[in-house]
Write a protein that binds this ligand. Structure first.
Ligand SMILES: [Ca+2]
Ligand SMILES: [Ca+2]
Length: 255
């Protein structure tokens, strides 16, 4: 009588990924005749375990960072009150002499070239890495100079998507952050910290068609950075000056 091996493998659904269900596999019974077979059972079980772990790892991947282009504006805070202290202060309203407010931009959007004090809302594509990406960007597009401190930045973007509830939004910021989606505050973290990647998570509801996303980051001192991603399929829309039609800028598939 030669060697024989009988295996019974069961599986159970443990989650959902974009491309299908995630199953966990396990041996429910096995019969083996010699040591060599034991080894193959072990290898089979290990292979199943690694395959499931890898799949689960892919399903948990963070969303892609939104590089935009976003529309940008910055405004000073009170001296020594940048970052966490100014998270809920509408320094945009003050800088624009009352013609713009954070809530107004969050709800109704803003156009490229709109004026705020001596500055104009300007396009800029945000680097997905680095601990000073906002400072690098605002100095590049001419809104600020050198190492900017005690300032707030606003980044505005419109994206087209399909309605979906409970979508995961991830964000990182140096220093504090406040995020509005379609006029509602969906995340806030009044904190002074460094950032080079995502740090916070929030669940948001995406609507059919154009969604309006506004992100405020408060900079106290040192680095000034921002990272925002949303775990759905969307298309970033370029917000042109009022007399032009909005045009599709870039198509982004998230996975
Ligand atoms: Ca700085
Ligand atoms: Ca900082």
């Amino acid at each position: 009588m030669g060697n024989s091996l009988t295996l019974q493998i069961s599986h159970v659904k443990i989650g959902q990924a974009a491309d299908g269900d995630i199953h966990q596999y396990y041996l429910t019974s096995s019969k083996f005749k010699d040591i060599r077979m034991k080894k193959s059972v072990f290898i089979l079980a290990l292979t199943c375990f690694l395959a499931v772990s890898l799949f689960a790892g892919l399903a948990d991947a963070a969303p892609k960072k939104i590089e935009g282009p976003w529309l940008w504006m910055i405004a000073p805070t009170e001296a020594g009150k940048g970052g966490a202290d100014s998270t809920d202060i509408d320094t945009l309203k003050k800088a624009s002499g009352g013609s713009q407010t954070q809530e107004g931009v969050a709800k109704n959007g803003v156009k490229a070239g709109a004026k705020c004090g001596n500055l104009y809302w300007t396009w800029g594509k945000l680097a997905p890495t680095g601990g000073n990406n906002v400072n690098d960007l605002v100095t590049k597009i001419g809104l600020g100079k050198g190492d900017v401190n005690d300032h707030d930045s606003w980044a505005y973007v419109e994206f087209e998507a399909k309605a979906q509830k409970g979508v995961e939004l991830q964000a990182g910021s140096d220093d504090s952050i406040k995020i509005w989606l379609n006029g509602e505050v969906v995340h806030k973290n009044a904190v002074n910290r460094g950032a080079g990647d995502f740090q916070d998570k929030a669940k948001v509801n995406v609507i059919d068609g154009v969604n309006r996303l506004l992100v405020k980051v408060g900079e106290k001192g040192g680095g000034w950075s921002m990272f925002v991603g949303i775990d759905t399929t969307y298309t970033v829309v370029a917000v042109e000056p009022a007399h032009k039609l909005a045009t599709t800028w870039a198509k982004v598939r998230n996975r």
